[in-house]
Design a protein around this ligand. Structure first.
Ligand code: ADP
Ligand code: ADP
Ligand code: MG
Length: 478
């Protein structure tokens, strides 16, 4: 039996591994700029979709055709691209192919933040005060100003169909509100093909805590505990931790129960994440449900020992979950860092187009790597900048942070600048080490941007020596 992986990069490799471990064959797809990607090589079969860039990974028809051609009976969409596109899920079902994810209806409802909020409000789930979709033109602006007058600035202006941290604006004044609504609409239309926007009250310096859910088609819904994703830049996650470091177990238990209730209210099926914000008084508010496997699912797998992707596939084939809530035991702590080809000192400017001249990764007890690049790999400019995810697991928090520090120090990537030295600073920083952070962490700790980034002559020379030394390594090893 074959399963097609409708994605690229590290997540494609993650999915292929789970498919092969289950005894199925994995079919990879790719666009021409991705020819060097390792996911093509580890799959049992690979199909070129076209020249892309990006448009073929987003082409529903081509994806279905590739599945038919390879005789795949199911498709796993991963995250990003077509993962949260209800038309894709529908097209799979229409073609007699199993879509590994929730139903079309669930994806459509929860992908729309206003509809999702309505479902959750009806189920009595606590949430941030907010509006419906703003009406077009002057009427919408008048309603927005009235909402701001009631709750006070700052106010969040959000794209109803937004995702990936995009389409979110913090508004401070009436003048800004008038000016930004049309701008936000135009941007949302271009990015998400939907110009709807709405408002939420801003929670000041919240913690982002989310709950991993698995729901099978027999009606069993379990949670796999919490993750903290507060360390963000521009509403995008950089470091994720499991479980949440909040020292109030009854509160965390309640949030997990609420997440299960939220999933049930949405008729949820397969893996999903219920995201919450927690304010400084430790009140929690529903934010959204992501209807896919998330980048940071690895930290939950490490602390529970449960393979989320394997369960996704089994659930999609109609199998019942093989464990119940009581079987889910949280052990220790896990931290994931997203190692990106970006220059943190230059506003995280992507380093695409560069060749990875040295790639020396790390290993050891409690260390997990999810990546797809290797020495000699040229980073395509047209995709996102995630190179590899480093996840460490430890029995205590202290041990886990120590392991993270050691791994980052051993990890050498040369060619592109990466976020590694930036994370090394965080891993030594006092508040992080104490487990004390919220979404303001990056901007309130500017000293984490100060490090030596090997752009000195000595650093370059060291890189050159390392390059010669490691050049003979098998590029596909590790
Ligand atoms: P996305 O769909 O892009 O992931 P979310 O609604 O999940 O968007 O929000 C992403 C991030 O934006 C949150 O983790 C948080 O940091 C910030 N954010 C969103 N809504 C609010 C809010 N009402 N108050 C404060 N921060 C918010
Ligand atoms: P997580 O899975 O941890 O929440 P992100 O929110 O960063 O991760 O999103 C995962 C990937 O999906 C990223 O590559 C992001 O750009 C992409 N993504 C998420 N939502 C959307 C969306 N609505 N449209 C396009 N891309 C999205
Ligand atoms: Mg989110």
């Amino acid at each position: 039996m074959k399963i097609l992986v409708a994605n690229r990069g590290e997540i494609a490799i993650r999915l292929i591994r789970a498919i092969q471990e289950l005894g199925y064959e994995a079919v990879a797809v790719y666009e021409t700029p991705d020819e060097m990607s390792r996911h093509i090589r580890i799959a049992d079969e690979a199909i070129l979709l076209g020249d892309g860039p990006r448009c073929d990974y987003l082409n529903i028809e081509k994806m279905i055709r590739a599945a038919k051609k390879s005789d795949a009976c199911a498709i796993h969409p991963g995250y990003g691209f077509l993962a949260e596109n209800p038309f894709f899920a529908k097209a799979c079902v229409a073609a007699g192919i199993v879509f590994i994810g929730p139903t079309t209806e669930v994806i459509a409802n929860l992908g729309n933040k206003v509809i999702a909020r309505k479902i959750m409000a009806e189920a009595g789930i606590p949430m941030v005060p907010g509006t419906q979709n703003l009406k077009q033109g002057k009427e919408g602006i008048a309603d927005a100003l009235a909402f701001a007058a009631e709750y006070g600035y700052p106010i969040m202006l959000k794209a109803t169909s937004g995702g990936g941290g995009r389409g979110i604006r913090r508004i401070e004044t009436d003048a800004q509100m008038r000016e930004q609504i049309p701008v936000a609409r135009a941007e949302a239309l271009a990015a998400f093909n939907d110009d709807s926007v709405y408002l939420e009250k801003v929670i000041i310096n919240p913690k982002h805590v989310e709950v991993q859910i698995l729901a099978d088609s027999q009606g069993k819904t379990v949670h796999l505990g919490t993750r903290d994703c507060s360390i963000q830049r521009r509403n995008q996650k950089l470091i994720e931790i499991a479980p949440s470091m909040i020292k109030n177990q009854p509160l965390l238990d309640e949030i997990c129960q609420t997440a299960v209730r939220a999933a049930k209210a949405a008729n949820y099926l397969n893996a999903g994440t219920v995201e919450f914000l927690i304010d400084q008084e430790y009140k929690y508010y529903f934010m959204e449900i992501n209807t896919r496997v998330q980048v940071e699912h690895t930290v939950t797998e490490m602390i529970t020992g449960i393979d989320i992707v394997r369960n996704q596939i089994n659930i999609a084939f109609g199998k019942p979950l093989s464990f119940s809530q009581e079987d889910v035991q949280i052990r220790g702590h896990a931290i994931e860092v997203r190692i990106n080809a970006e220059d943190p000192k230059n506003d995280f400017m992507p380093e695409g187009g560069k060749k990875v001249s040295v790639y020396r990764s790390t290993g050891g007890f409690g260390v997990r790597l999810d990546g797809f690049v290797y020495q000699g790999y040229i980073i395509p400019e047209v995709y996102d900048s995630l190179l590899v995810k480093l996840t460490v697991h430890g029995f205590t928090w202290e041990e886990t942070v120590g392991r993270l520090r050691r791994c980052l120090k051993n990890f050498a990537i040369r060619g592109p600048k990466t976020t590694i030295p930036f994370y090394e600073n965080i891993a030594r920083e006092k508040d992080f080490v104490n487990g004390d952070f919220d979404t303001s962490y990056i901007e309130t700790h500017p000293h984490i941007f100060f490090y030596d980034d090997d752009s000195s002559e000595v650093g370059k020379l060291a890189g050159l020596i390392a390059e010669i030394h490691y050049a003979k390594e098998n590029p596909f090893a590790g």
